[in-house]
Each structure stands twice: as structure tokens, then as C-alpha cells.
Design a protein. Structure first.
Length: 376
């Protein structure tokens, strides 16, 4: 079957190219930045970045082809499996950098907490799509989802990994908000969180986590210690100016002043060489992707698909917002990479799952009969 009079084959024409082409450009731009971060070499960052994207693009295509009934059938078992993997991390997980977050499966090293980010979204989307609308203000609409979120967040905090636990919490909370829970519950939850924040800070966080938060307010207080990351990142971003220093001419990353120039601080690496123009390009592409994700959610013909698309878009947004705030010194350094640009398999896996899920809902929308919003 073909589109446009047989000129373009239908399987190609039906793809959301308005999102995919900017995404491809962003990944290619990320590879160029990683090439520079490695001192002008495709290895070890840029080549593996492109290979991973290619592999996970195939995975996203498979996800996009899944039927609604199969997704609904597998959602709760998937949640149980990932939760079991998080428990297994606490027992036999691989320790790296003082954190116990990974499972060595032999053929790959898996970080289950990353997979939980999209899994919690689809789990809550299924729960609320199955809950009668009349019960949305009842205790069941709050307590059961709170438990579904609280269990994995507790395991992730034990690793410890504050950034990932906040990402899981954020994705779940967005689905709950979109599901129609009373706004007063969120306001009350926010006030309660603010009240217990000092207790959590002094008794619930590790020493290094406390220092990261305090350093955000005054990085100059420890310029050679905890404030070093933020200071060097701000120098790199500021020195890029409007047009940047030029491709492969970044001094902060090449002289190894900038820490993690290929992962958490890849935006600072990019901004030094490509300047404000490069930054606006990156922000523009993310705006296109998230605008498309929201349009998919709004166009959904049933509650499950709408909540699923909204939650996946929110998960990508969390990555982008926290990373950009972090590298500019407006948020603590919590180890959140920049989607589709940072080097790292776990981040690419999570965000491509989100892209695949959005493409899947987009396909459901195209095939849905015309009519009103369904509760299922």
C-alpha cells in the first residue's frame, strides 16, 4: 500500500517524520559533540553512541508495533519483574563509584531503575484507565498508586540514587495529575513535602548528597571540591558566547577542566564550541519532540493511551529540565544525563522506550474509530 499516489510507500509515509527527523539531527549533533569530547576521535564515545541509537531505534520500532491488548496484558507482569530486579540489585548488584545500581548479566550491564521510569508510567496509566471515573476522588485512586510508586522509589533510594528516584516519582505524579486526582491533594502533598524536607535533608540523605545541594547555592565556597563541577560547567557555557569557539576547539573539555564532558555535562561541552546558537538548536529539538508527545496525548481516543503518552512525554521532559538546570548551576548535580546527546546506554534505553511508546500510541490514534474518549 502506498501514499501520495504511490510515490511514497505507506509504511514510510505513516511514520511521524516531524518528530523523527529532528531527533535524528539531535543524535547526530550529539555524536559530533562526543567526537570533540574524545579529542577528535569517534572512539570511544561517538561510535558507540550511534550504534546504541541504531539498536534502540529498532527496539522503539518494535514497541511502536505492539497492539493495545498485549500492552495491557504485559504491564503488571513487567512492573513485577522490574521491581524484582530492583530487589536483586540490593542483594547481588554491582557496585561502582560507591553506588549499587547495576546487574551484571554477562552479555550486558543492566540498570533496572532506568527501566522503571517508563514502566511506572504505563503501570499507572493502566490502573487509572481501569478505575471507574466515579472513584477518582476516593482512597483507592491515591493509596494504591502511591504504593506502586513508593516501592521502587524506596529501593532506588537505597542504592543510593536520588536523581532516578525523583524521576520515577515525577513520572508517576504526572500520570496521577493527568488522571484527574483533585488538585488539593497535590497541593497538600507539596506542603507536606516542604515540611519534612529538613528532616529528610539531615537524616535521610548521604553526606555527599547534602553537600551537592548546599553547593548549588554557593559553589564558590568549595571551588576545588564539591563546587568544581558547577563552576567549570558555567565557565564552559559562558565562554562559548553566541557562536562558540568552533567545532573541536573547546578548551574546558580538551584540557580536562570540565568533569564528565561526555555524559552529565555534555551540554556544557556543546555550548563552549557551538555557543548560544547550538544551545537554541538543542532546546528547539526538544521542544519539537515534547510538543509532538503532548499532541499524541491530546489526540488519544481512550484514557489509557492518553495517560501513557502524557507520562512518557513528562519522563523525557524531566531528563531535559533537570540536566539543563544542573549544568547551569540551578539544580544539584544528581547524575541525570541529557537525552539523545549524552554517552550512556541506560539513558538512551529509557528515552527510546519513551519514544517507542509515543509512536505506539500515535499508531493507535491513527487506527482508532472516530468518537469520544473511552475510559478504556
Amino acid at each position: 500500500m502506498s501514499a501520495r499516489g504511490g510515490i511514497i510507500p505507506y509504511p514510510i509515509a505513516r511514520q511521524p517524520w516531524g518528530m523523527l527527523i529532528p531527533l535524528f539531527l539531535l543524535v547526530a549533533f550529539g555524536a559530533a559533540v562526543l567526537y570533540s569530547a574524545a579529542g577528535g576521535s569517534m572512539d570511544p564515545y561517538a561510535s558507540s553512541h550511534l550504534v546504541r541509537f541504531g539498536v534502540f531505534l529498532v527496539m522503539a520500532s518494535v514497541i511502536a508495533s505492539l497492539p493495545r491488548e498485549l500492552v495491557r496484558l504485559l504491564t503488571y507482569p513487567a512492573y513485577a519483574i522490574v521491581l524484582a530486579l530492583l530487589l536483586l540489585v540490593e542483594i547481588i548488584g554491582q557496585v561502582n563509584g560507591g553506588s549499587q545500581r547495576w546487574l551484571n548479566l554477562g552479555f550486558m550491564v543492566l540498570q533496572p531503575s532506568e527501566i522503571m521510569k517508563p514502566v511506572i508510567v504505563v503501570t499507572l496509566a493502566l490502573f487509572y484507565s481501569s478505575l471507574p471515573v466515579g472513584l477518582i476522588t476516593g482512597w483507592r485512586a491515591l493509596l494504591i498508586p502511591a504504593a506502586l510508586i513508593g516501592l521502587p522509589v524506596s529501593f532506588v533510594l537505597l542504592q543510593p540514587d536520588l536523581g532516578t528516584s525523583l524521576a520515577i516519582l515525577f513520572g508517576g505524579a504526572v500520570v496521577m495529575l493527568l488522571a484527574g486526582l483533585p488538585l488539593k491533594w497535590f497541593i497538600g502533598g507539596g506542603l507536606a513535602a516542604a515540611a519534612v524536607a529538613p528532616v529528610v535533608f539531615f537524616f535521610g540523605l548521604q553526606d555527599y548528597q547534602q553537600r551537592r545541594i548546599l553547593t548549588m547555592f554557593d559553589p564558590e565556597a568549595d571551588p576545588q571540591g564539591d563546587g568544581y563541577h558547577i563552576i567549570q560547567s558555567q565557565i564552559a557555557i559562558g565562554s562559548g558566547g553566541i557562536f562558540g569557539k568552533g567545532f573541536n576547539n573547546g578548551s574546558q573539555s580538551h584540557l580536562q577542566y570540565l568533569p564528565e564532558p561526555h555524559t552529565d555535562f555534555v551540554f556544557a561541552t556543546m555550548a563552549e564550541e557551538w555557543g548560544l546558537i547550538g544551545g537554541l538548536f538543542v532546546l528547539g529539538v526538544f521542544a519539537v519532540i515534547m510538543r509532538w508527545g503532548l499532541s499524541v496525548a491530546r489526540a488519544s481516543k481512550d484514557r489509557f493511551a492518553s495517560l501513557l503518552a502524557g507520562g512518557m512525554t513528562a519522563t523525557i521532559f524531566f531528563y531535559v529540565a533537570v540536566n539543563l538546570l544542573m549544568v547551569m548551576g540551578f539544580a544539584p548535580v544528581v547524575g541525570i544525563p541529557l537525552p539523545f546527546m549524552s554517552h550512556g546506554g541506560s539513558s538512551m534505553l529509557t528515552n527510546m522506550i519513551c519514544i517507542g511508546a509515543l509512536m505506539m500510541v500515535n499508531r493507535w490514534n491513527r487506527n482508532a474509530p472516530r468518537g469520544g474518549l473511552s475510559s478504556q
